[in-house]
Write a protein that binds this ligand. Structure first.
Ligand SMILES: [Fe+2]
Ligand SMILES: [Fe+2]
Length: 296
């Protein structure tokens, strides 16, 4: 990540206090490594996923949900691997495990945990939807980027309870974006903290960037389209009031996010973007299966 010296110092100060770093389940890490290994066969992947019963059940539930909308029933992991493909499987596994493991984490009273997860899922759905509309090649990755973009808020609400509550209070009192309140109180924002954790988890570079730069997509280097999609997904969810990101202030669309697409010949204007609202709502109605995975 390219951080300024003072940001780096603030991030180090904050993260070195987090002794029990939240980790991804071992099986998830193994699956992600397997998918990235060109020598892995469908049978290898099937065997590993099937060794985890709860993951298997959830994978099949998702694969058969309206969100994926396959014409025939997917009854086994073996079939899911073949039909969905390695990358979709990887994205599903990551999404399931994050929802499962982190939606039950405790946080300060000020933090609207349910609202946060609804916002995150909404951004995942919006990311995939916009990716398809704008011809971005891996819509599944756009889903994960949307789902994880505010990960840093989860970390702050869990590990820096006092400071983060203070950020939320200041944001309301002074009518600030949370990220600006975070800069004042902590010296870094949830975007940087989330990017740091994604790096610790060895997530793909482009996902780290999407999380890190979701407020200012033009600063991304690796995959600017994915970062711009994540920014647009966030704006769309906040405009449509899907869940609650913790920010009462209306989202501001960074025109550079639209430009990133125009450069690549996929012209999009603010008017076109607004017209996406209806389609997004329809997609969201198919995504209830994710909400059922939030631990209440
Ligand atoms: Fe954010
Ligand atoms: Fe957000």
């Amino acid at each position: 990540m390219n951080l300024s010296d003072s940001q780096r110092e603030n991030l180090r100060r904050i993260t070195e206090d987090i002794v029990d770093l939240p980790t991804l389940p071992v099986v998830v890490v193994q699956i992600m490594e397997m998918v990235d290994n060109p020598k892995t066969s469908a049978a290898d992947l099937t065997r590993l996923i099937s060794s985890d019963q709860s993951l298997t059940a959830k994978m099949l539930k998702l694969a058969n949900s309206a969100f994926y909308g396959f014409p025939r029933r997917i009854g086994t992991i073996g079939l899911a691997v073949v039909v969905l493909g390695f990358d979709t499987i990887k994205n599903l596994v990551l999404s399931i495990s994050v929802l499962e493991k982190f939606s039950r984490s405790r946080s300060g009273q000020m933090f609207d945990r349910m609202g946060f997860w609804e916002h995150s899922i909404g951004c995942g759905v919006a990311g995939r939807f916009l990716a398809r509309k704008l011809g971005y090649r891996v819509s599944g990755e756009a889903f994960v980027a949307g789902l994880l973009h505010d990960l840093g808020k989860l970390i702050l609400s869990q590990y820096l309870v006092e400071e983060f509550s203070q950020c939320l209070q200041i944001a309301i009192k002074d009518d600030l974006f949370i990220r600006d309140a975070e800069k004042t109180v902590l010296g870094v924002t949830h975007a940087e903290v989330g990017g740091w954790l994604a790096e610790e988890w060895n997530l793909p570079r482009q996902l780290v960037e999407a999380i890190h730069f979701h407020h200012n997509p033009a600063r991304a280097k690796k995959d600017r389209e994915l970062v711009a999609l994540t920014h647009l997904a966030d704006v769309l969810c906040r405009a449509e009031k899907v869940g609650f990101s913790g920010d009462s202030k209306g989202a501001i669309l960074d025109p550079e996010a639209l430009e990133i697409f125009s450069i690549n010949g996929k012209e999009i204007s603010e008017d076109t973007f607004v017209k996406f609202k209806d389609g997004f709502r329809e997609e969201l109605s198919k995504a209830a299966v994710f909400n059922s995975m939030i631990r209440r």
